[in-house]
Structures are given as C-alpha cells and as structure tokens.
Design a protein around this ligand. Sequence first.
Ligand SMILES: CC(=O)N[C@H]1[C@@H](OP(=O)(O)OP(=O)(O)OC[C@H]2O[C@@H](n3ccc(=O)[nH]c3=O)[C@H](O)[C@@H]2O)O[C@H](CO)[C@@H](O)[C@@H]1O
Ligand SMILES: C=C(OP(=O)(O)O)C(=O)O
Length: 420
Amino acid sequence: MDKLLIRGGRRLQGEIRISGAKNAALPELCAALLTADPVTLANVPRLQDVSTMVKLVQNMGVAVDVAGERVTLDASRLSSPEAPYELVKTMRASVLALGPLLARFGEATVSLPGGCAIGSRPVDQHIKGMQQMGAEIVVEHGYMIARLPRGRERLHGAHIRTDMVTVTGTENFLMAASLAEGETVLENAAMEPEITDLAEMLIAMGADIEGHGSSRIRVRGVERLHGCTHEVVPDRIETGTFLCAVAATGGEVLLRHGRAEHLEAVIDKLREAGATVQAVEEGIRVSAEGRLAAQSFRTTEYPGFPTDMQAQFMVLNVIGKGASLVTETIFENRFMHVNELARLGAKIQVDGKSALIEGVERLSGASVMATDLRASASLVIAGLVAEGETMVDRIYHLDRGYDRMEEKLRGIGADIERIR
Ligand SMILES: CC(=O)N[C@H]1[C@@H](OP(=O)(O)OP(=O)(O)OC[C@H]2O[C@@H](n3ccc(=O)[nH]c3=O)[C@H](O)[C@@H]2O)O[C@H](CO)[C@@H](O)[C@@H]1O
Ligand SMILES: C=C(OP(=O)(O)O)C(=O)O
C-alpha cells in the first residue's frame, strides 16, 4: 500500500495547474449514457474515481477511449445496464448511473452504495424522485432494480422537491429529466458549480434546461440527445486544498485555472485569517506569512462553506492564533482526521457536530493514517507544516480524488515522496 513521506517546514513557491473537477467529471461521464452519439470530455482529471467510473461504463458495454485528459465515450450499444457492487463499493458516485440508464434504456440495476467513512449516505431521495418520474423500483439483495412499467417507453416529467439539498440527487434528476416526456421542476435543487457544469454539458447535447445554479431548475424533456465536446470545470476543492496548503506553510503560489468565484466562502475565511488571495486572469494568486488567525466556520450547501473543505481548513485553525469552532452540518461523521491530527500535536475537542480547536504554535511529524479523501488531504497539509517527518498511510483515499497531488506539491517546493 502506498504511503506519503513528508518532511515539513518548506515554504511553497511557484505555480500549480488545477485539474478538472472530480465531482463534475463523474456525472459527466455518466451523461454520455444518455446518447447514442460519441461524447468527448476534455480536462478530465487523472484520478482513481475517474478510472472506476470508466470501468463502470465499460462494464455496461460503452466503448471508452482515454487519451490523457481527453475521454471519448460511445454508448451507442449497451450490453448490461448494471452497476455492480464490486465497483460501486469503491465509489459512491456510481449511483449517478441510475438516472441516465433509466431515461435512455428504461431499466437499471444499481448496487446500493451503503455508508462510508464520513456517514451513512442513503439514496432514498434518488429513489423517490425516480419513482415520481414513473420508474418502478424495488430494492433487493442490495440492489436498486428499476424499470419502466409495461407499455411505457420513457420516464415522465414530475415536480420533485427533495427533503434536503442533494448534489448527486439533483444530478441524477437533471440527467433523467432531460430525456423524460414533459416538464420536470426540481425544487430545493443543489446549486454547486458542478451542477451548472453538468447542465451546460446537457444543454450542449440538446437538453432544454433553465434555472441551473439556482434552487429551482426546470427541464423540458426532449426525445433524444446528441453528442458533444465538453470541458470539465476546474476543481474548486483541489483549488481550496492548495490555498490552505500555502496559507499553512507560508509562501506565494499561482493556482492556474483556479476559479475564485466558486470558492468565495473559503476565500473570505482565508482573507480574514490574514492570507492574501487575489483573483487574477490566470487563476488565483495566494500568499501568506507567519501564523494566521484561526477562523470559526460551519459547513453548509453551496454557496456556503463546503464540507469537502472542512478537514483542510481545520489544519489552519490547528496552527492558527486563538481558538475556533468548526461545525459540520452535512455529514454526521466527518471528523475522522481529528484523532490523526492530534498525533501531530493538534488540540481539538469534538462534541457532536462541532470541533473546538485551540491553536498551537507547532506540530511535530508522526505516522498517521488517512481515513477518507479530504481527511487525507488535511494530513498532507499538516505534514507540510510539521517539524520533522510525517508518514501518511492509506493514501489510496487521496488517489481517489486528487490528480498527482504529490507531484504538484513537489513542483512548488514541498519535500514529499511516495513510498511504494
Ligand atoms: C460525487 C460527488 O459529487 N460527491 C459530493 C456530493 O455527495 P452526495 O451527492 O453523495 O451528497 P448529498 O448532497 O447527496 O448529501 C447531502 C446530505 O443529504 C443526505 N442524503 C442525500 C441523498 C439521499 O438520498 N438521502 C440523504 O439523506 C446525505 O446523507 C447528506 O447528509 O455532495 C457532497 C456534499 O456537498 C460532497 O461532500 C461530495 O463530495
Ligand atoms: C466526499 C467526497 O466524495 P464522494 O462523494 O465521491 O465520496 C469528496 O469529494 O470529498
């Protein structure tokens, strides 16, 4: 199992190129199932989840050609509309196959994703929404088995109001509604930039969508969608992770292609902490010196502070001046990094949904274990500032969602190597 060895204490200086967003690329790979024409995605990040999604659609019979960051998919023929447990268990986003399969082929068998390290993560809203659009769904032997009633060829439009804001739920409904008969209105829709990016791709395929980026989206179904070429939006969470890394170590870095307008809640907190963050033509420029001021925050849906940035920003608080309170409102178990950060010298007390952090002047290197994707990223940032050596184990979590993170960090002066 690969590990990362980090020798902390280096300033970060230079330039990093931000990759395409994992959480946009994954639904967009599934959107290729909606058409018999070839679809090309550009700026696809090279990471494990993308390889898993490619495997998932190949397993259904989709022809996929991967050429660096360009992926072309041809779903003209499908052998089996199924997402098996073996693939779904490693990547929850596999549930995104449900909407497109049902919409185009009228049937889908998708393994229930189950829980993961950060929480229970049910898919009841996905099921309810698809049922409202006319699908018959039974859950048996750990699978959602979905089909259209006898005599029906397409899903139908519906008025869907989810009980909570769900990102992949909104994406599943958007894809399904694009090929459904009639109009669908999504209330309480997620507003994340990845939703907007997916909607723009679907529009380029011929879909009729209005209101994406707001909490009310209207989709008028069309009979067929055609191929397109679409460039995946830059990854705001990768961008935020590197912003926090530079703010923690000190230095000056340009994050090429980073989009400040997608990260306002994080950037506001970084500025309040004392970092300089500027939106420039090429991306985002960040610089910081010395200890910053700890910042309290609570995670909420976009445009609030993203839960996917909670663990990384917490490191700034751990080494920041003063006390801070971090509240996680999206997932019930997203403080797995706390005990590992404590091994490096962090002072954090968790009480239910909140973590009370008392800033310390220094961290000292130790062996730590990654427990989930963003927890891994927080341990890497902590390792970059800790004195001495930090070994981060189980970095397969990190590889799931970061495109060659250690190479990018080495490029800006970090002392970090992968031990195989
Ligand atoms: C591939 C992808 O894009 N993943 C992101 C997506 O995950 P994902 O789409 O899985 O997260 P959701 O937005 O659906 O989850 C939000 C909350 O709703 C709950 N819920 C959701 C659906 C459902 O049917 N029932 C239910 O109870 C979840 O357990 C969670 O507490 O949004 C999360 C919240 O921004 C991010 O952390 C993930 O990085
Ligand atoms: C939680 C995340 O991803 P996923 O939904 O794929 O588990 C994440 O990207 O931080």
